[in-house]
Design a protein around this ligand. Structure first.
Ligand code: VGL
Ligand code: ZN
Length: 200
């Protein structure tokens, strides 16, 4: 069961979006080309309520990219992005969504962020993705999406902890690189944890 896991390929993460990932749009044709090679395709969708605690706008006196304590966890503050039922939260235009078997939304709890598609950042609540994949016989995952240094990275690390074999499709991922080198470091971290980097 070859399974493709698509992470947060949403308007707000494309150039021109609220939290733009440089070249984020370039992964869409790559992902579309890859999809037919898989038996199962599943996607995550960043899906925040307007009052989400990761939004700088909800913390008067704070600014974007500040780091705060949010309910006991260190939290980077982001521009308002991927608000539920807004255009910014929709999948990227041109992404072939017809073969996506299920979408797992994440980031709904305003008190905690959720970079990983499996658990929130405190590993307090599960999205159900791991059990859903296991129920379908998935053991080996290929991961693509946005952003390499946040949601892709934490999804991959959780997938490995859950016992999946994980491949990262590096041509089909892009990152924020808030600090130069973040993406390269994220890829190295995923590889060190056991993921296989696929650059084809
Ligand atoms: C993401 C920051 C905040 C991501 C989501 O999809 O990588 N990054 N929310
Ligand atoms: Zn988010």
């Amino acid at each position: 069961m070859k399974t493709l896991l698509l992470i947060d390929i949403q308007n707000d993460f494309l150039p021109g979006g609220a939290l733009p990932v440089p070249e984020g749009d370039l992964i869409v044709p790559v992902v579309n080309r890859l999809m037919p090679q898989f038996d199962l395709v599943v996607a995550t969708q960043d899906w925040h309520p307007p009052e989400h605690g990761s939004f700088a706008a909800n913390h008067p006196g704070r600014t974007v990219y500040d780091s705060i304590d949010l309910d006991g966890l260190s939290q980077t503050l982001w521009p308002v992005h991927c608000v539920q039922n807004t255009a910014g939260a929709e999948f990227a235009p041109g992404l072939q969504t017809g073969s996506i078997a299920r979408v797992f939304p994440k980031g709904m709890d305003p008190r905690i962020d959720s970079y990983s598609g499996f658990y929130d950042n405190g590993h307090r609540a599960s999205t159900g993705l791991a059990d859903w994949l296991r129920d379908r016989g998935a053991t080996e995952l290929w991961v693509a999406g946005l952003a390499t240094d946040y949601c892709v990275k934490f999804t991959v690390l959780d997938a490995l902890k859950e016992g999946f074999r994980v491949h990262v499709l590096t041509q089909a991922c892009r990152g924020v690189d808030l600090a130069p080198g973040d993406c390269d470091r994220a890829l190295a971290e995923m590889q060190a944890a056991g993921a296989v980097l696929e650059s084809r």
